[in-house]
Design a binder for this molecule. Structure first.
Ligand code: C5P
Length: 298
């Protein structure tokens, strides 16, 4: 997570993620699902700006649909740290939103992790990454990963994070639909035990390590994909169109709604974006696509 001081403000770059692999192992007694996943941060960022105040927590944002109240995960993150470490001072946080909401790109979780990292600095708490990750798990399943970022193997309900020192050079075309998908709904409709055997996550990690793009394309996997495409016929239509125009290497990110296309180079990403716009896929009437973004691993 990149953090810089600008006058009285801390400025934190809060990245989006994609899941190259997401298997759901079982449903747990607590209602959550046991996962095995490869998370990867990409260079699509929200910007979190924070400054110390005398007391209280104040949120502001440039996004018209984002709540700035107690239900915002950034507010919850600040509250958690204030209570846990008995902090008297306050904080003002501005969230500059670029990551689509409800897009399966982890924006909210990333913002929460950025807030924890920022407050650790602002209030000079001296917490280690693993201590921050422990607090992060209280806020949401995907939050601990963002304390580390990069490429990571993620297990449990999301709280067990093994950072992988891989730094793969991969590019992605993100196709962002104009509608969000609530994660909870996808998990609630997931039927376990009805699928064919999944690709092996260890083989995918090996392919990542070797920068074996061809193998990676074949090994991309998301156990939630069938469910989300069944729940959202509009998303299925987009997916089918994309298969026609972008061929393989396509996957829904997390619980959706974003669909990404893995690419081997920036040139390939640019070529595919051009092809989509020439074929009138992005602007096509009724296509339900809000935007197409070109990103790379960070
Ligand atoms: O942890 P978080 O609040 O981000 O999760 C949102 C929803 O996603 C949960 O309420 C749960 O229904 C589902 N979920 C799950 N298993 C996970 C992660 C999330 O069932 N490992």
């Amino acid at each position: 997570m990149q953090i810089t001081k600008q006058g009285k403000y801390l400025r934190i770059l809060s990245p989006a993620k994609v899941n190259l692999f997401l298997d759901v192992i079982s449903k747990r007694p607590d209602g959550y699902h046991e996962l095995e996943s490869i998370f990867q941060t990409v260079n699509l960022y929200d910007v979190i700006r924070m400054t110390g105040t005398k007391s209280g927590i104040r949120l502001r944002t440039n996004h018209p649909e984002l709540s700035v109240n107690k239900d915002n995960i950034v507010y919850k993150a600040a509250m958690l740290i204030k209570n846990e470490y008995r902090i008297k001072q306050g904080v003002e946080v501005f969230i500059d939103k670029n990551i689509p909401i409800g897009g399966g790109l982890g924006g909210g979780s990333s913002n929460a992790a950025s807030t924890l990292i920022g407050l650790n600095r602002l209030w000079e708490l001296g917490l280690s990454q693993s201590e921050l990750a422990l607090q992060a798990a209280k806020l949401g399943s995907d939050v601990p990963f963002f304390i580390y970022g990069g490429t990571a193997l993620v297990k449990g309900r999301g709280e067990i994070v093994f950072p992988l020192n891989l730094k793969p050079r991969l590019h992605y075309l993100l196709v962002v639909p104009s509608f969000p998908v609530p994660t909870k709904k996808v998990y609630q409709n997931l039927k376990l035990g009805l699928t064919k055997p999944n690709p092996d996550i260890r083989i995918l990690i090996k392919a990542l390590r070797n920068n074996n793009y061809t193998a990676l394309t074949r090994l991309l996997y998301n156990r939630l994909e069938t469910t989300v495409l069944q729940l959202y016929p509009d998303l299925r239509r987009i997916y089918e169109q994309l298969i026609e125009h972008l061929y393989d290497g396509l996957l829904v990110s997390g619980s959706g709604s974003t669909i990404f296309r893995l690419c081997r180079s920036e040139k390939e990403v640019k070529g595919l974006t051009e092809r989509l716009s020439q074929d009138n896929i992005v602007t096509g009437r009724g296509m339900g696509i809000s935007k197409v973004l070109e990103v790379t691993t960070v």
